[in-house]
Design a binder for this molecule. Structure first.
Ligand SMILES: *[C@@H]1O[C@H](CO)[C@@H](O)[C@H](O)[C@H]1NC(C)=O
Length: 226
């Protein structure tokens, strides 16, 4: 199996099933190994997966840039790879976010025109039109740069959360994200088990879906070209 992305692989090889595959992004010499999620007739590239507490997401800039985790399990694909995939101006990408609560109920959010800037823009997030049933939590983070505890690109200082003021969003969350004013979505925080799904200081948060302290049991972010 080979192709520019998972959409092309699914088109060329209709029988392909979800799994780890090599792709050759258009306009680059690079090949990338990614997890292709085959979803009906569509092939998606998974860029983030959380299903448990085994993989540590409290990491610095270098790890978020290059990616970490096991592609078959929980992982972060890496900001540089996501930028490389989405930088071609002739292609449009859709971001899909899938969320699972502790009663195994699903919700999703999709954004048209997803792309990340390069490292000089701190991998600035761009999202277009929203659709889904989880709510438009990313809207207020559109245009934000990515932040980690060792690379601060957010505009929240102090970050007020409940009665507590933190100096930085990353001080509260510990993990990397496109924080903006401590906005409504943050999917890289601490994973919480079903005995204790409330993650005040850090969790897998999607504020427009569940009140902020609620931490999802699982999340997945994936992208697909038109
Ligand atoms: C995100 O920002 C871009 C650039 O400013 C804008 O074109 C786009 O409409 C914004 N998306 C949303 C959902 O507001």
């Amino acid at each position: 199996f080979g192709g520019k992305d998972c959409t092309e692989i699914k088109t060329k090889f209709p029988g392909v099933t979800s799994g780890v595959l090599k792709i050759h992004p258009k306009g680059t010499q690079t090949s990338l190994t990614v997890y292709c999620e085959i979803h009906g007739d569509e092939g998606w590239i998974v860029i983030q997966r959380r299903t448990g507490g085994k993989e540590n997401f409290e990491r610095g800039w270098a790890d978020y840039k290059t990616g970490f985790g096991n592609l078959d399990e929980d992982h972060w694909l890496g900001l540089e790879s996501i930028h490389l995939l989405t930088k071609d101006p002739s292609k449009k990408w859709t971001l899909r976010v899938d969320l699972l609560d502790h009663n195994d109920q699903h919700a999703f959010a999709e954004y048209r025109n997803f792309k990340l800037g390069d490292e000089r823009t701190a991998y600035q997030l761009r999202v277009g039109k929203y659709s889904g049933d989880a709510g438009d939590a990313l809207r207020d983070q559109n245009g934000s740069g990515f932040s980690t505890y060792d690379r601060d690109n957010d505009y929240c200082r102090p970050c007020i959360y409940g009665d507590i003021a933190f100096d930085e969003c990353t001080e509260r969350h510990g993990s990397g994200w496109w924080y903006s004013g401590c906005g409504s979505a943050a999917l890289n925080g601490d994973w919480h088990s079903s005995d204790d799904p409330i993650g005040w200081s850090s969790g897998i948060h999607w504020l427009t879906w569940k009140g902020k302290p609620y931490s999802a049991k699982a999340s997945r972010m994936m992208i697909k070209s038109d």
